[in-house]
Design a protein around this ligand. Structure first.
Ligand code: GDD
Length: 337
């Protein structure tokens, strides 16, 4: 019989790639989707429109325990991937309360409902390299202490601790992935990589004059989301639940990302990038680099993309899709981002 998986955050970058991956493995895929998404499917389902006839969607909100309880009480699941969250770090400084409520309570509601109704269902929590924040060692691995630097990072540490506590207290199969930055042509426009590649496409097409960014010296370990969702699935196929860092092991500055992305379009980033104080954060995570040795050894995980092929994929996609449209992508951004 086909395994049945429940994904929260199905309409996002990771959710859409994970759904494709699981469908390819023969899974029956279900998703929790906010009712507002159902009411505005054209815009909110862009990443999963090609999957709609292959998946089952259930309206529920991470802010409502009864709605989650309802879905889990009516369907049996083998695996649950909890990806949904307010995931934009800058926004978490503007509205820390909403980020905390959604991210911490949402994770708690999922775990509590599963414990009550289906304790045998395997649970994946989307942890983040933002939990390392002001890093205590380089590179960061599973044993590196956390020092989050934003309400978002704090909410992810709480979710990680909740997940581990359900594993230890109730003997449930609960695993966390500590994923470093992962990007793709499906990345939201508020994140720096997509902000850059979308700008490259619009500048090339004469639709935009410059690109305003914050800290160009911040370093991130960037990988491709398509690679990272494979690791999520592998974590739930192990004999015992555990936590894993997923990272490329490379580190680049935002400036280097700009240089490569503009270079892909035969442009020099120095002619277009303008530093703007509005895009700096009150507390910055200056540098992240992950050590994914455990995922490579235990899970047998290896990424297909490197930094160059990731940037190439994003730029060429944006040049094809954005430059051909009428600048819709820029109009959906809520600045500052
Ligand atoms: N978004 C944004 N916009 N970031 C900028 C800008 C800008 O104009 N200018 C510089 N940056 C810097 C940020 O200060 C940060 O240091 C870096 O670019 C990356 O920012 P984001 O792309 O917004 O990602 P993030 O690192 O804060 O968080 C992402 O990765 C985490 C780890 O995987 C998010 O996807 C998180 O949800 C995720 O957990």
């Amino acid at each position: 019989m086909a395994k049945r998986a429940l994904i929260t955050g199905l309409t996002g970058q990771d959710g859409s790639y994970l759904a494709e991956h699981l469908l390819g493995l023969g899974y029956e895929v279900h998703g929790l989707v906010r009712r507002v998404a159902m009411e505005d499917p054209q815009r909110r389902f862009t990443r999963i429109s090609h999957l709609l006839d292959k998946i089952t969607l259930h309206p529920a909100s991470l802010e409502s325990y009864p709605s989650i309880f309802n879905v889990i009480s009516r369907n049996q699941f083998d695996e649950c991937y909890h990806l949904a969250a307010q995931s934009f770090v800058a926004e978490s400084f503007s509205d820390g309360f909403s980020t905390m409520n959604t991210n911490i309570n949402g994770t708690h509601y999922m775990l509590a409902a599963l414990r009550e109704l289906q304790p045998q269902c395997r649970f994946y929590f989307a942890g983040s390299s933002e939990m390392f924040g002001k890093v205590r060692e380089v590179p960061q691995k599973e044993t590196t202490p956390f020092h989050p630097r934003s309400p978002y990072g704090i909410s992810k540490v709480a979710g990680f601790d909740l997940t581990r506590n359900y594993r230890e207290a109730y003997d449930m199969f609960c695993a966390s992935g500590i994923l470093f930055n992962h990007e793709s042509p499906r990345r939201g426009f508020e994140f720096v990589t997509r902000k850059i590649t979308a700008a490259v496409a619009r500048i090339k097409a004469g639709q935009q004059k410059d690109l305003r960014l914050g800290n160009l010296e911040a370093r991130r370990d960037w990988g491709h989301a398509k690679d990272y969702v494979r690791a999520m699935h592998l974590m739930l196929q192990q004999d015992t639940p555990d936590d894993f860092v997923v990272a490329s092991g490379g580190s680049h500055t935002v400036r280097q990302f700009c240089e490569l992305a503009f270079g892909q379009a035969d442009l020099d980033y120095r002619d277009y990038v303008v530093q703007d104080d509005r895009f700096y954060r009150p507390a910055e995570v200056e540098s992240l680099i992950g050590d994914a040795s455990k995922a490579r050894t235990v899970l047998g995980w290896t990424p297909d993309y490197d930094f160059e092929s990731l940037v190439k994929d994003m730029v060429s996609n944006d040049i094809t899709t954005i430059a051909g449209s009428s600048g819709v992508a820029s109009s959906v951004q809520t600045v500052p981002s």
